[in-house]
Ligand binder design. Sequence first.
Ligand code: DC
Length: 217
Amino acid sequence: MIAIAVDGPASSGKGTVARRVAQLLDYQYVDTGAMYRTVGLLCLRQGVDVRDAAASADVARHIDFAFAFREGALVVYADGEDVSTIIRGEAVGAAASAVAVHPPVRSALLGLQRALGAAGRVVMDGRDIGTVVLPRAQLKIYLDASLDERARRRHAELPGRSYADVRAELAARDAQDMGRASAPLCAAADAVHLDSTRLSIDAVVAEVVRLARERGA
Ligand code: DC
């Protein structure tokens, strides 16, 4: 009955790893990035400026979130609408990173994230899970990969875009997520660092499951 926190930069593989570890342990998977993405999506749709902290927090506070699992994948509902696919777009990702800078947006989502983690048996991924959301998680993973490797992965999913553009956007997202004042992306002092640049996703999953079992999962 442990909680597992998985943090790391965009395209480090943390979502895939967290989802697969949750399946193997029969734990619940919680994707906190999906919540920030949903706030970003609704700001874009409602014409709310993502640089406006108060207005984007107001959007965040009024979303009625629900989560479900379909074939092992997290399904996110916002006000009854399944937004799981639409939140994956690049523009929504950039909007998510922009609204995530604002402390009132973060605090609007924090209670919900903590509630989802409170019962244990959860693998939660994001940027600040080990440091802020679940500071008492029994296992904290910081999953990294080089910028070039992450850009290569993301580019493979977006063949219409140039590698240089994809890499530059990823670097900008890293800078925004790591450089913000409130809950920046960083490894918790007690996090286990894993690097998926050379380790396969299978190897990372196996190592996280091994560590989880060692800690009581
Ligand atoms: O993991 P992701 O790419 O889906 O997350 C989208 C953005 O949401 C990310 O660029 C920063 C923000 N985020 C955050 O600030 N804190 C989290 N715990 C998860 C995501």
